[in-house]
Ligand binder design. Structure first.
Ligand SMILES: Cc1ncc(COP(=O)(O)O)c(C=O)c1O
Length: 491
């Protein structure tokens, strides 16, 4: 300690002078020079000798401890104020916040306060683990890993399956920009696959896009509807490609009885306030593949906290590689544990509303309903149909709005929209050749010519009946009811 540095021995020498042990100094030095030089040159060896004579026994030899118990009074790093800050963010009223403040005090917490990290934290199991348990159950997957958002879920999934520089990924032309961005972030080129009348990746268009650089297919289950996964999986297996399902917009949907996300190699979810479940930001990655699961965690937590021994050498080839940190926070997990429990109720309410309204609608000659790849598996939170032309679409939506039925129509003059490939501007600079509108004419046409009717899960049967009647009223006014094969109309 004595020789720890100039400041330290300045202080120590000063102390000994005050105590009268050191009284003589070489002439002509200022105090700092004197003390500095004493330490550096040894010219005032007698000072040191004086100090050393006073040395007491080391604690290690049974002497008194230099630093026994701390006398400063620590405050918890995280305590009641943080808890109340969350309550404030929730938007509780001033009165409720006063009641909460009265109800909880620092004394109610562990003396060290909560440790809100997922690992080494004060909750066991952690909220992250509980969120994952629910995801495994809900999405019928052997493994689930919680990440900070849906984009990161896609990014780590792609990294885990080995997508990188110079490779290509095949994304649907309608969905959301994040799917393509996740691949581009890794240096891969997104190639857009046109859609069919389901607005999902058209399996018949995939094979012509496959090149020796193709690494993965990324079907997006778009807006509560499901992709046609059987042909997609068949193509992928035949060409030895990985399939990463983007389920951000359809958690809880199923395809031929299997939850989306459990069909491909990896399933990615966004559990965020912008989706049907999620309180803030959050994401989930699921897989049935043990090795891929390790790689997903390595991609998500390059610091290795996920490993039984984070510093252990590679246990098998491919286990270790450069990863980032996409771990979900415990606070978000706490919210999303509750959200996950609400998912099946949300899905079944939407399905009830969908089928009650859908069951009452006639077929009309001038409109085409969005195709379903599995009517029993869709969630159905938005009803979509394509009018024959722009003018008809605009008239229908105006009339529906007047009836009090919420609907929207883009039309061919609609503004930029990141749900369709041709507006995904951030990709253009690096991958522009694949973002031209004419490459995916069906997506371009149908996305513009689509009427969207948002369905409310809380509509009662009477609400559904009123909406169905309003829809038939408007559509019958502008379109021709198609006759069924037995000659009756379809209403
Ligand atoms: C299909 C799709 N994939 C990925 C994402 C990205 O999710 P997040 O916003 O949680 O990053 C979204 C978000 O809108 C999405 O719709």
């Amino acid at each position: 300690m004595l020789f720890a540095g100039p400041a330290m021995y300045s202080f120590t020498v000063f102390e000994y002078i005050c105590k009268g042990y050191v009284t003589k100094f070489p002439m002509g030095w200022s105090w700092n020079e004197k003390t500095e030089k004493a330490g550096k040159t040894g010219k005032v060896r007698y000072m040191v000798d004086a100090i050393q004579r006073q040395k007491t026994k080391l604690a290690i030899d049974g002497g008194e401890k230099a630093f026994g118990a701390m006398t400063g009074r620590p405050e918890r790093k995280v305590g009641v104020a943080e808890f109340l800050s969350i309550a404030e963010r929730f938007g509780f009223s001033e009165e409720a916040k006063v009641r909460l403040r009265e109800a909880v005090s620092e004394g109610d917490l562990d003396p060290n306060g909560p440790h809100l990290g997922r690992y080494y934290g004060s909750a066991s199991p952690s909220m992250g683990e509980r969120f994952e348990d629910l995801a495994r159950e809900q999405f019928a997957a052997r493994h689930a890993y919680a990440v900070c958002n849906g984009t990161s879920a896609l990014h780590v999934a792609l990294r885990a399956v080995g997508v990188g520089q110079g490779q290509e990924i095949i994304c649907p032309a309608t969905g959301f920009i994040a799917t393509a961005l996740a691949g581009a972030l890794l240096g891969a080129t997104p190639i857009f696959c046109d859609v069919d009348a389901s607005l999902q990746m058209d399996p018949s268009k995939i094979e012509s896009l496959i090149t020796p650089r193709t690494a993965a297919l990324m079907p997006t289950h778009y807006m509560g509807f499901v992709c046609d996964m059987d042909p997609i999986m068949e193509i992928a297996r035949r060409h030895d490609l990985k399939v990463i399902e983007d389920c951000a917009q359809s958690p809880g949907a199923t395809y031929h009885g299997r939850p989306v996300g459990s069909i491909g190699d990896v399933g990615c979810f966004s559990i965020s306030s912008y989706k049907i479940i999620g309180g803030g930001e959050g994401g989930m990655v699921v897989t049935n593949d043990d090795l891929l699961f390790d790689r997903i965690r390595q991609a998500s937590e390059g610091g290795g906290l996920w490993r039984p021994d984070r510093f252990a050498p590679e246990r098998y080839e491919g286990e270790l590689f450069v990863g980032g940190n996409a771990r979900l926070s415990e606070l978000e997990s706490a919210v999303n544990v509750v959200q996950m429990r609400k998912l099946s109720g949300i899905v079944s309410r939407h399905r009830r509303v969908w089928s009650r309204i859908g069951g009452q609608l006639a077929d009309y000659a001038e409109i085409e309903w969005q195709k379903s790849n599995d009517p029993a598996g869709d969630i159905g939170y938005v009803m979509r149909f394509f009018p024959a032309n722009d003018a008809l679409g605009a008239k229908i939506v105006e009339a529906l709005s007047a009836e009090g039925i919420p609907a929207s129509y883009r039309g061919s003059n609609g503004g930029p929209d990141w749900h369709v490939f041709r507006y995904m501007f951030p990709l253009f600079a690096e991958h522009g050749d694949h973002c031209l509108a004419e490459l995916c004419p069906v997506a371009t046409d149908l996305h513009d010519r689509c009427i969207n009717l948002g369905l409310n899960q809380w509509w009662s049967d009477a609400d559904c009946d009123a909406v169905a009647a309003g829809l038939n009223k408007v559509l019958a006014a502008y379109c021709t009811i198609k006759e069924s094969s037995d000659g009756s109309d379809t209403a």
